[in-house]
Design a protein. Structure first.
Length: 183
């Protein structure tokens, strides 16, 4: 018998100073049986960093043709494709071909560095790709906040993010390792 996803609920209060975005969001997340708290919370963080009413969680781990999160326009065109972790080159190319903007959030320290070393030359010419790294301490602190029901206050400012659950705080610097400008 197949294992079922575990449902998590998160109420987010987001203050993104750079975008001037100040909104609350109520999220329902399905954590895949093979997904851990760290990866799930990185999906939440990716939502925080791009929050809008049109941004949604996709099937990601369940469907090869979908990212972790995406935003589509009213005609179904993919404006934003967001991956968490270390997708292979084929998946990155496919995403860049289908979406106007692609973001990858990587967070596992040394293995993320090795992954980037293997893929960077192959994706260097993709003009709609941004890759952002977070230190493992940030993703682990976020994982420690994972609860079936969460209330999180999130602040984004000057390339840094703070997430608090009222008791603990996770702080991280968003290190851009590839952007459309840097090639």
């Amino acid at each position: 018998m197949a294992l079922k996803a575990t449902i998590f609920k998160a109420e987010l209060q987001i203050a993104d100073m750079g975008r001037g975005y100040y909104h609350d969001h109520a999220l329902t997340l399905a954590r895949h049986p093979s997904e851990n708290d760290e990866r799930m919370m990185m999906r939440v963080l990716a939502f925080v960093l791009h929050a809008s009413d049109a941004l949604t969680f996709a099937q990601g781990m369940n469907v090869d043709d979908e990212p972790d999160l995406w935003q589509k326009d009213l005609t179904g065109v993919i404006d934003l494709w967001i991956e968490v972790g270390q997708p292979d080159e084929k998946r990155v190319r496919k995403a860049c071909g289908r979406a106007k903007q692609v973001f990858i959030y990587t967070y596992s320290g040394r293995s993320a560095e090795v992954w980037w070393g293997q893929i960077k030359d192959k994706v260097a010419r993709m003009k709609n790709l941004t890759v952002i790294a977070l230190l493992p301490a940030t993703s682990l602190a976020l994982a420690g906040m994972a609860q079936r029901s969460m209330q999180l206050q999130c602040t984004v400012q000057d390339g840094q993010v703070w997430v608090t659950d009222g008791g603990d705080t996770a702080h991280g610097e968003l290190t851009v390792i590839k952007s459309p400008e840097t090639g």
